[in-house]
Design a protein around this ligand. Structure first.
Ligand code: NAD
Length: 361
């Protein structure tokens, strides 16, 4: 089968890590008989340099016409690069916001997986993590307090600011459906996180999530207050499978979830909408400090490509194969510098991509 993948190498380490992800995808294609056709577009600082804006309308049209988008990272050294002298809507990261909006991506998936080979990097005690954990935060991406009406004013000489957190039932229902669909492909457990003891939006959230749950009798639903969830993630991360939550809570919890794994170069993510077209990218940035030095860990991007196979193309076996290949290479003791530990073999970006691709047979 043919799949049209739009590539956004972006800035910094972006081109290096995307190259390795394509190497792995091509190997999957050769073994399983798929054809991944790539079209590259510019986004971020490289687009500012070439076209004067972080993302052109032509680039957006190309992304919309493909089946999926794989992104490296955008942005430069914030203190030094001229890109950051520009107004905020013309800076590299504005391209990211624009493409998410244009593609209608309202669902963000952030896996928190502790690879057993990297247990040393986890800041939690051994007895809390056992053999490791594997859960997924499903975050609503386009509603809530980040997009609600806001105001800053002076009233009777006192400065005052107001943000509001609106959600309607349709916004809640569509993200809840994503969470339950994803749970069906995993361990069939959804923990819905809110602040229903205080917020009206959370009470509506709970009701609508329950209604959606009724359509998925195989999936077990629990509710948890967000403050408790923040504690549970460090106390007993193994209890979670899919964590479903609104935008701001998800922003905070997904970062917490990533950090309990301890390894920034291993964290993938996906943003999805109503259709199968998704945007897949590592959770880390463009790491300008190590760009062009063959030092970047490509695994987060390769895992993002595996997510693309699973969620946009329904290629479950192929996605599992990539994850198995990564595990094998880690078992053999190969490490990039960010995950290096004593007794392991230090390798570069390209070598990591080669070794992972070689395991796909
Ligand atoms: P960063 O994630 O780029 O880097 C933080 C630290 O982690 C650095 O020391 C870096 O070398 C290291 N690191 C990151 N990814 C790595 C990898 N794959 N392998 C090995 N080491 C890795 O965060 P930052 O330094 O705060 O941001 C740099 C630039 O990236 C900024 O311009 C920022 O705006 C941008 N950024 C982009 C995205 C995105 O494109 N989605 C996300 C976050 C930050």
């Amino acid at each position: 089968m043919d799949y049209k993948v739009t590539l956004i190498p972006g800035d910094g380490i972006g081109p290096e890590i995307v190259r390795e992800a394509c190497k792995v995808l091509d190997k999957v294609g050769a073994v399983y008989g798929h054809n991944f056709q790539y079209t590259e577009i510019l986004m971020g600082g490289c687009s500012i340099d070439a076209c004067g804006v972080p993302l052109t309308d032509e680039a957006i049209a190309i992304a919309k016409s493909g089946d999926s988008v794989l992104l490296g990272a955008v942005g430069g050294n914030v203190g030094q690069s001229n890109w950051y002298q520009l107004p905020p809507n013309l800076r590299p990261e504005a391209g990211l916001l624009k493409i998410r909006k244009e593609l209608g991506l309202f669902c963000n998936l952030r896996p928190a997986v502790l690879f057993r080979q990297l247990k040393n990097a986890c800041p939690l005690k051994d007895e809390l993590i056992g053999d490791g954990f594997d859960f997924l935060v499903v975050r609503e991406l386009t509603g809530g307090v980040y997009f609600g009406p806001r105001e800053t004013k002076v009233e009777n000489g006192i400065r005052k600011a107001v943000d509001t957190m609106p959600y309607d039932e349709n916004e809640i229902r569509r993200i809840a459906k994503w969470a339950f669909d994803v749970a069906m492909k995993r361990n069939k457990k959804v923990c819905s996180v809110d602040k229903a003891n205080v917020l009206d939006t959370s009470r509506l959230w709970r009701q609508v999530v329950k209604e959606v749950a009724a359509e998925y009798p195989e999936v077990e639903l629990t509710d948890m207050l967000v403050d408790n969830c923040a504690m549970q993630m460090v106390k007993d991360p193994r209890q979670f499978d899919v964590v479903l939550t609104e935008n701001m809570f998800g922003d905070i919890l997904s970062d917490e979830a990533s950090m309990v794994t301890g390894s920034i170069g291993m964290l993938s993510s996906a943003s999805l909408g109503e259709t199968k077209l998704g945007l897949y990218e590592p959770s880390h940035g463009s790491a300008p400090d190590i760009a062009g030095q063959n030092k970047a860990n490509p695994i987060a991007t390769i895992l993002s490509a595996a997510m693309m196979l699973r969620y946009s193309f329904d290629l479950m076996e192929e996605a599992d194969k990539i994850e198995e290949a990564i595990n094998k290479v880690l078992d053999q003791g190969y490490r990039t510098i960010d995950i290096m530990s004593e007794g392991c073999t230090l390798i570069g970006t390209k070598e990591m991509g080669d070794l992972i691709a070689a395991q796909i047979v």
